[in-house]
Design a protein. Structure first.
Lengths: 341, 269
């Protein structure tokens, strides 16, 4: 086998009439981080559950740490840590008791389980509440305890399903720090998230899935590139009509401009920003419009994400289920860009 | 900086043995029992009330041939009732674990599924040992005595614990099947109530109308209560004990594999 921590090939899963996964291929190289991004209901959690041996796929196969998830689930379970979407901790045990219980179930001797529990509660900022019943914890504290439980036996492969959902900014930063340290020490991490910033910060590779299919795979930079060219970001002067501003730019971009009236902002996708700047200036002058700010920048990952998933796009475009189906995105940048907030 | 991964705790060691798994899960369930006030009340107050209420409500009205004190007749059946009622909490608890994601967590760990279920069954058995002691103490204060000697009395406690084991597996299966805690609680209580009032626990079967007698005689609660009575009060024990054991063995033979199979595929939502 390869050195990959996770290899999935053609995974499919349906629940009654609902197709949750429709042929997902995925590879998480050992000692790296893969961010799984996708809108709600895209199939992220189903994928994590199959990889963590909780669900059996209808078709396709997957290996985790070199072991088949359906054929060798015990071997897989010895090598993974899972933190699901909802904090699965016992409210009637203390934080420390929860962790020691999980450690003992991994097969650690009590003494080592207690020591690990002490270390992890310290690192995740739970030391002062480790002796309290989890029932008294805030949502963010439970969440961190749940992640601590998944790290307890230092498994080489970690699955974290939206680990920072419900955390305050401080808790999120603390968790990012811990996850960064983990991967620096050699763990492989597959994390699902709805926060693009999180994927960008932690993950070397981002896989975007939608409707149970991989729509794009790449580094954050590659995905940005797929959103098509640059973005010309214009701010209207206070009180000015942003729609008029957008109208004046018609036909200049590679797609229709996105208008955010509340922010007084117009974003124009352009193939070659520098070349189009003089024309923009000319149009503005001709229309008698002035602007307060102008920036030429690369698309944000959020813009790329919206372009690639085409969330509410009326007719679903044909998608390439292959890993790295590059061309899927380019079809409708205009329609999708308009949805940018 | 402290290392997160490498503190000698890597999971390349041996996985937990089945016994360790069961012991850890048992400990978890016993801790919960002590810390949840309503569970503790259910485990202690309810059995005591059963003993007192049924004894004083019925002892004036019911006269069982050959029995001088009604409580001697009643108490073995109340063991079954209290254990049956208490076991509905097991269905509630496993359904809650399913909904809160605890089962997902346990299933992602390198332990057998049966350890999680057996840990619950073992915790219930220990709780019921305590409940039995409480009921025997309360009963003794109200006049109950073992008449057949210490060995049969111990056998009666052993049989009652076997009843606890069977009820636990039934309710684990129910909880995993219905998945909703409230439904699981009701589903666990309903058969107990039906079987209890159509059994020989409160009144001898001979006092019932003919059509009910056939059902009451075959009712497992009657059969098991009969065996417990024989062990507590004296008289022939071999046949009732064999019948009761057969019932319990049959129930376990069906419920244990079914519950384990359900658990293997159980996952939240």
């Amino acid at each position: 086998m390869t050195d990959a921590a996770v290899v999935a090939e053609g995974l499919g899963k349906r629940f009654g009439p609902v197709v949750a996964l429709d042929g997902v291929d995925l590879e998480l190289p050992a000692r790296s981080v893969l961010g799984l991004l996708g809108p709600n209901g895209a199939g992220k959690t189903t994928l994590v559950r199959i990889l963590a041996t909780l669900l059996k796929p209808d078709r396709g196969r997957a290996r985790v740490a070199g072991f088949d998830v359906t054929g060798q689930p015990r071997a897989v379970r010895r090598r993974i840590g899972l933190s699901g979407q909802y904090a699965a901790v016992d409210p009637f045990l203390t934080g420390a008791e929860n962790l020691v219980m999980i450690g003992r179930l991994y097969g650690l001797p009590g003494r080592i389980a207690r020591r690990r529990a002490g270390e992890l509660t310290g690192q995740l900022g739970l030391a002062s509440v480790a002796g309290r019943l989890v029932r008294t914890y805030s949502g963010g504290m439970r969440r961190r305890l749940d992640v601590a439980a998944s790290l307890l036996a230092a498994p080489p492969v970690l699955f974290l399903d939206e680990p920072t959902t419900g955390l305050d900014p401080g808790g999120r930063l603390a968790l990012w720090q811990v996850l960064g340290d983990l991967t620096a020490e050699g763990a492989s991490l597959l994390l699902t998230t709805q926060y693009i910033e999180e994927a960008e910060r932690l993950a070397a590779t981002i896989v975007i899935i939608d409707h149970g299919q991989v729509v794009a795979t790449g580094t954050p930079d590659q995905l940005r590139a797929r959103a098509g060219g640059d973005r010309l970001d214009l701010r209207a002067r206070p009180g000015q009509d942003t729609r008029r501003l957008a109208g004046a730019l018609g036909g200049l971009g590679s797609a229709e401009p996105a208008v955010d009236e509340a922010a007084g902002r117009v974003v124009l996708p352009v193939a070659d920003g520098a070349a189009v700047l003089p024309a923009v200036a000319g149009r503005l002058a001709a229309a008698g419009l002035t602007i307060s700010a102008l920036a030429l920048r690369r698309p944000t990952l959020e813009e790329a994400f919206l372009a690639l998933t085409g969330q509410a796009a009326g007719s679903p475009q044909p998608r390439d289920a292959e890993t790295g189906g590059v061309h899927a995105a380019q079809a409708q940048p205009a329609r999708n860009a308009r949805r940018m907030r | 900086m402290t290392a997160i991964m490498t503190s000698g705790a890597a999971c390349h060691g041996r996985p937990a043995s089945a016994l360790t798994g069961i012991a850890v899960i048992t400990g978890r369930n016993l801790r919960r029992l002590i810390r949840v006030p309503t569970l503790l009340a259910l485990a202690t107050v309810q059995p005591v009330l059963f003993v007192l209420l049924f004894t004083y409500a019925f002892s004036g009205a019911v006269h069982v041939p050959g029995i001088s004190r009604y409580i001697d007749y009643l108490l073995p059946g109340v063991f079954v009732l209290a254990i049956g009622f208490g076991a509905s909490q097991t269905g509630v608890a496993i359904a809650e674990d399913l909904n809160t994601g605890m089962i997902d967590r346990f299933r992602s760990l390198p332990i057998t599924g049966s350890a999680v279920l057996a840990g619950r069954v073992a915790a219930d058995a220990l709780r019921n040992l305590f409940v039995l002691a409480l009921m025997i103490g309360t009963g003794a204060a109200a006049g109950f005595r073992f008449h057949a000697g210490p060995a049969p009395a111990l056998a009666a406690v052993g049989l009652a614990v076997a009843v606890s084991v069977a009820f636990s597996w039934i309710n684990l299966l129910l909880g995993l099947a219905v998945r909703d805690p409230e439904t699981a609680g009701l589903a666990g209580l309903f058969p107990v109530v039906i079987l209890f009032f159509t059994s020989s626990v409160l009144v001898p079967v001979a006092t019932m109308p003919g059509w009910l007698q056939a059902f009451a005689k075959a009712n497992p609660v009657t059969v098991i209560t009969g065996a417990l009575r024989a062990l507590c009060l004296g008289g022939p024990t071999a046949r009732p004990a064999i019948e009761a054991t057969a019932w319990l063995a049959g129930l376990l033979a069906v419920t244990i594999p079914a519950a384990i199979a359900r658990y293997r595929h159980a996952t939240s939502s």
